[in-house]
Design a protein around this ligand. Sequence first.
Ligand SMILES: Cc1cc2nc3c(=O)[nH]c(=O)nc-3n(C[C@H](O)[C@H](O)[C@H](O)COP(=O)(O)OP(=O)(O)OC[C@H]3O[C@@H](n4cnc5c(N)ncnc54)[C@H](O)[C@@H]3O)c2cc1C
Ligand SMILES: NC(=O)c1ccc[n+]([C@@H]2O[C@H](COP(=O)([O-])OP(=O)(O)OC[C@H]3O[C@@H](n4cnc5c(N)ncnc54)[C@H](O)[C@@H]3O)[C@@H](O)[C@H]2O)c1
Length: 450
Amino acid sequence: MSFDYDYVVIGGGSGGIASARRAASYGAKVALVEGHRLGGTCVNVGCVPKKMMHIAALLGESLEYAHRFGWDVKYGGFDWKSFTQKRDADIVRLNGIYERNLTNSNITLINGWAKFVDSHTIEVDGKQISGKYVLIATGGTPNTLNIPGVEHTINSDGFFELQECPKKAVVVGAGYIAVELAGILHALGSEVTLVVRGDKLLKKFDREIIQHLEEYLQKEGLKILFSSNVTKVEKTESTLKATIDTNGQSEEHAVDCVLLAVGRNPNVDQLQLQNTKVEQGEKREIIANDDDTTHDPAVYAIGDVVGKLELTPVAIKCGRLLADRLFAEKTKLMNYSSVPTAIFSPLEIGTCGLSEEEAVQEHGEENIKVYRSRFTPMIHSITKKEVKMVMKMIVIKDTEKVLGMHLIGPDSAEIIQGFGIAVRHGLTKEDLDDVVALHPSAAEEFVTMK
Ligand SMILES: Cc1cc2nc3c(=O)[nH]c(=O)nc-3n(C[C@H](O)[C@H](O)[C@H](O)COP(=O)(O)OP(=O)(O)OC[C@H]3O[C@@H](n4cnc5c(N)ncnc54)[C@H](O)[C@@H]3O)c2cc1C
Ligand SMILES: NC(=O)c1ccc[n+]([C@@H]2O[C@H](COP(=O)([O-])OP(=O)(O)OC[C@H]3O[C@@H](n4cnc5c(N)ncnc54)[C@H](O)[C@@H]3O)[C@@H](O)[C@H]2O)c1
């Protein structure tokens, strides 16, 4: 049987582009179909614009601190429009780079939404193409709530379209996106209420670290309502009215923005998967095996659409490893354990491996040991801001093999990327102690813990 292409990739986001380019580098004939903007969620409405806003928030904080370090700073406030225009222009620049990279890799870019005609055949705007292998890398879309007035709310996509900083905002959710966007909005001048269904933020993370975050955010003036739900949103003449139910008590809040960050759904609606043998799970995610195969032998799936670990570097790595296996006879599979990750809230959290709670559950409390360090970061010895840095290392008691490392404080994302190597490769506390400390730094605590 002959096909138009060796590899047809649906979705030009983090995973799709990485897989397409790796396949093309081995000489495969590749087509990539993208219905919207190249770069997908991460570049257009995710990691990249979010991180730019995180930087804007941190710079605002630095301005506050600068005069305590002797600088004469005139503080004129934050110009949301000017900043967001520059942010968006840079994203357009990135879209262009992605397009040029595809062209330079001899990949055929097809603009439009793909649907399956059969396992090997895709239709885009009435035109059909076939591929020996087809990759689904269509990512996800924001979830919503079934409440009256939901049409007046926005999600994370809408957040990046805001033309001005809302004076008052309600953010619903307790995951990565809710915490990051609430924290960033607060730091950029919004009065934020975070509405959390349960009794904690980020429930899969190390509890002690998250407690520190919860206390910090509240001390900074961000209001967190636990055991709460937004039950209704109404549009009034000048603002929105959000009804928030807390333990059965209802209260109305006049706000400019209600942002829902209540999880994401796999982006599968347009694919017409019924024309393939692909099967889906409870949340409609595509069921993919460890080698990214689906129930259809011609179709593979990676990234957010399979819902295993929704992070850009995970989608990229999966995409590249898959291309290695399909077109270069390599065998390596994705390893989902000990993936480092960060929260930019904007106080940073870095984490890799098991939380203390997970370690207790997996190994038993008597078999683990926790090293901790809690100190004032050097910058705050002068700013006098009362905020501590907390670092934790969880090890197996006998061997002192590192199971997890977690920290909260400035530069935590940068720090955990390096120390992730220790967790991923099963190093021991002794191995870490063997490394000479870099002084003065916060990171040195991880090689000097007692
Ligand atoms: C607000 C936010 C912040 C985030 N921050 C981070 C972060 O800091 N770090 C991190 O690691 N991760 C972050 N993420 C997660 C990260 O963005 C995703 O894990 C990553 O983008 C997933 O890549 P993907 O290739 O699976 O899908 P995507 O990047 O979503 O790409 C899928 C692409 O497929 C296209 N598509 C869909 N259906 C079709 C179709 N039928 N035909 C043609 N094209 C189609 C879409 O238009 C899209 O461009 C964030 C996400 C959000 C929402
Ligand atoms: N810094 C980063 O790396 C980063 C940043 C943003 C997103 N991401 C990735 O994107 C994924 C999606 O992020 P997310 O925040 O949308 O999802 P999430 O799974 O992290 O959190 C979803 C939140 O929504 C809440 N929720 C669900 N239904 C609800 C309801 N009906 N009412 C109230 N609350 C409800 C959940 O309790 C949870 O707190 C993350 O899991 C992460 O992998 C990563």
